[in-house]
Design a protein around this ligand. Structure first.
Ligand code: CDP
Length: 197
């Protein structure tokens, strides 16, 4: 069986948590596509050509704590505006989506560009303040600075020419500003179960 779930949304909206939970619930494979861009961003920040970094990326490059920092997030959104970087990562993501047994991909352009025919599309969002507070709880530091970085990244992601962050027309919106993790996961699970039935 092939079944694709596309989960998009801005930074720290809850995509990762929801994706992992639904992948576990339905036994689907999960790809955090942000990790691909973070890995390319970190390599570019240390001097490598971003397009070459994307073309030569290996699975081992996409794991590790160093990818989760605020700086890695910023570096990711800077390389993510480069069309050749996005093109280099496209085929890998599509192959992942097309695997036997079902797949969940989370990112910014999964429902709009990578998997426009996904079986279920979710757009997970929350206010910038709520998202910054969550990221601050995760990473610490100065909360005002975290909020400024979240807003800067939202702005870059929504306004780039190639594959900007926006909900697909057929996406189900989940605003997690006032939702518990369990409640958000329950909404996502119900949407997938309805489609599988
Ligand atoms: O975890 P968080 O939501 O903060 O970010 P992420 O999903 O790890 O993505 C980091 C950055 O990579 C984003 O701000 C985007 O600029 C870029 N990205 C993208 O352009 N397309 C994707 N499918 C995934 C991430």
């Amino acid at each position: 069986m092939r079944f694709t779930v596309a989960i998009d949304g801005p930074a720290a909206a809850g995509k990762g948590t929801i994706s992992k939970a639904v992948a576990k619930e339905f036994g689907f494979a999960h790809l955090d596509t942000g990790a691909l861009y973070r890995a390319v961003g970190v390599k570019a920040a240390s001097g490598m050509d971003p397009v070459e970094a994307a073309q030569t990326l290996t699975p081992a490059d996409t794991v590790g704590e160093a990818l989760r920092t605020l700086e890695a997030g910023q570096a990711a959104s800077k390389v993510a505006v480069i069309p050749e970087v996005r093109a280099a990562l496209l085929e890998f993501q599509r192959r992942f989506a097309d695997q036997e047994g079902g797949a969940v991909l989370d990112g910014r352009d999964i429902g709009t560009v990578i998997c426009p025919n996904a079986d279920v599309k979710l757009f997970v969002t929350a206010s910038a303040e709520v998202r910054a507070h969550r990221r601050w709880l995760e990473l610490g530091g100065d909360e005002a600075e975290v909020l400024a970085q979240v807003k800067e990244r939202d702005d870059r992601d929504m306004n780039r020419a190639d594959a900007p962050l926006r909900p697909a027309v057929d996406a189900i919106l989940i605003d997690t500003s006032d939702l518990s993790i369990d409640a958000a996961v329950a909404l996502a699970t119900a949407a997938i179960r309805a489609k599988l039935a």
